[in-house]
Write a new protein. Structure first.
Length: 60
C-alpha cells in the first residue's frame, strides 16, 4: 500500500506540473505528457490491485 501512495503522490506532482507548464507556455506536449503519466499510473494501480485480489483468492 505504501507503493501505491508513493506512485499516487508522484503522479499528482507530475500531472500538476504538466498542467501548470501548459498554462504558462500553451504547448500541448505538456498536456500529452500529463495524460500519458495518468494512463500509466492507472494501469500500474490496476495491476497492483489485480495482484492483491489474486493473492486473496489463492489464500482461500
Amino acid at each position: 500500500m505504501l507503493l501505491l501512495r508513493v506512485v499516487g503522490i508522484l503522479t499528482a506532482i507530475v500531472i500538476g506540473s504538466g498542467i501548470v507548464a501548459w498554462l504558462f507556455t500553451r504547448d500541448r506536449r505538456y498536456l500529452v505528457l500529463s495524460a500519458r503519466v495518468a494512463k500509466g499510473a492507472l494501469f500500474f494501480v490496476l495491476a497492483v490491485l489485480v495482484l492483491m485480489a489474486a493473492e486473496r483468492l489463492i489464500i482461500l
